[in-house]
Design a binder for this molecule. Structure first.
Ligand SMILES: *Cc1c(COP(=O)(O)O)cnc(C)c1O
Length: 384
């Protein structure tokens, strides 16, 4: 059975299942051993070697979803991204990284890279020229995020992959926002795809995990660093992640559909000043998004008009929760200036376009009519 031929939902449901040979149960057993036989075995298994049965098999599902040869699962998205960076960058190397970036990734680079003697440059924008302009002779990795957090900018994935190949530079992408349901960067030539599995992979706001997918060679290179740094995920959580991922396709497609409806509605709303969503024709990279994404995703951001207080607005929502994280089946909102980008100075925030009126909206699976009503009620409440 060729994995490439399987449909998305079949991969989600079946690839990487562990057959329960002993009792013939319908789902993968959990193997909680932290100690395995070492005499006469093909694989010396150990949780921190990322190769317990549950880790090894769930990796196959993630690799299949990202059309990659291999994958590794981590204890968090930041473990995935930090191990990936440290595998491809050493003292004296240079990273080119997008300026519109997940706050945690930005902090990791700024706070940790100097300790390792790794150089980096943030781009001035998200266009290919912005990346090419800052490449140095010692650049070893280009890292992009598209759609980006929280302004949903779109970077040309194919063009970045081509740029990297032309200069012998490895390319990586944070594919968390799109998920493999809406975007497969490896098909567009990107080398490494990472995910905060805390988000859509988990999907129920109850798991913290991460993943990286790529070629066997690249994943082995990361593994060589990861086995030293640790950061593997407990098998109990790996099993929960497997359960969650069976519905990844169903969930993300439903959320994506809802997001499109909400974006269109918010875009016409008199109390909303601006909507950022790549599925709107008014989005500056709508055509690019359409060409490289299978769906426009379920994340959007909007700015409230000036006479509405963003803090009061979020307090007044009853169904939609204000929440640090994103991508659960429940809709959530967040003020980026109070959370992910709180460590930036006001000037830095202005530079990347994050105003105090900006609300990031992670659209869930609820009925759209109820989401609309919750937003309208909240606005009415604070206008009083
Ligand atoms: C949450 C997130 C991360 C970090 O993942 P954790 O699981 O919180 O460590 C990285 N990138 C993006 C886009 C995210 O949303």
């Amino acid at each position: 059975m060729s994995k490439e031929k399987l449909g998305l939902n079949t991969i989600c449901t079946h690839v990487g299942e562990i057959k329960d040979e002993q009792f013939k149960g319908a789902v993968s057993p959990i193997y909680l051993s932290s100690s395995y036989e070492f005499l006469d075995v093909d694989v010396k298994r150990y949780p921190r070697y990322f190769n317990t049965p549950n880790q090894e098999y769930l990796s196959k599902k993630i690799a299949a979803l990202e059309h990659a040869e291999a994958a590794l699962i981590f204890g968090s998205g930041m473990a995935a991204i930090s191990h990936m960076f440290l595998a491809f960058l050493q003292k004296g190397d240079h990273l080119v990284v997008q300026n519109t970036l997940y706050g945690g990734t930005l902090n990791f680079i700024k706070e940790e890279f100097p300790k390792y003697g790794i150089e980096y440059t943030f781009t001035n924008g998200y266009k290919v020229d912005d990346f090419e302009a800052v490449i140095q002779p010692n650049t070893k990795l280009i890292h992009i995020e598209t759609p980006s957090n929280p302004l949903l900018t779109i970077t040309d994935i194919k063009a970045i992959a081509k740029l990297g190949k032309s200069k012998n530079i490895v390319t990586s992408i944070d594919n968390t926002f799109a998920s493999p349901v809406n975007q497969n960067p490896i098909d567009l030539g990107i080398d490494l795809v990472m995910h905060s599995a805390t988000k859509y992979f988990g999907g129920h706001s109850d798991i913290c995990a991460g993943a990286v997918a790529g070629t066997n060679e690249h994943i082995e290179r990361i593994w060589n660093v990861s086995k030293n740094l640790g950061g593997s995920l407990s098998d109990m959580t790996v099993w929960m992640l497997e359960r969650s991922m069976k519905t990844l396709g169903l969930r993300v497609k439903a959320q994506t559909k809802n997001a499109m409806k909400m974006a269109k509605w918010l875009n016409k709303h008199p109390k909303i000043a601006k909507v950022y969503y790549p599925g709107l024709k008014s989005h500056p990279e709508y055509n690019l998004a359409k060409s490289q994404m299978k769906g426009f995703g379920a994340m959007l951001s909007f700015e409230l008009v000036d006479d509405l207080d963003a803090y009061q607005f979020q307090k007044s929502l009853t169904l939609i929760k204000s929440s640090m994280s994103l991508a659960g089946v429940e809709s959530t909102v967040i003020s980026p200036h109070l959370t992910s980008h709180a460590l930036l100075t006001l000037d830095e925030r202005k530079n990347v376009g994050i105003s105090d009126q900006l609300i990031r909206f992670s659209v869930g699976i609820e009925d759209v009519k109820d989401l609309k009503q919750d937003i309208n009620n909240a606005i009415k409440r604070i206008l009083k």
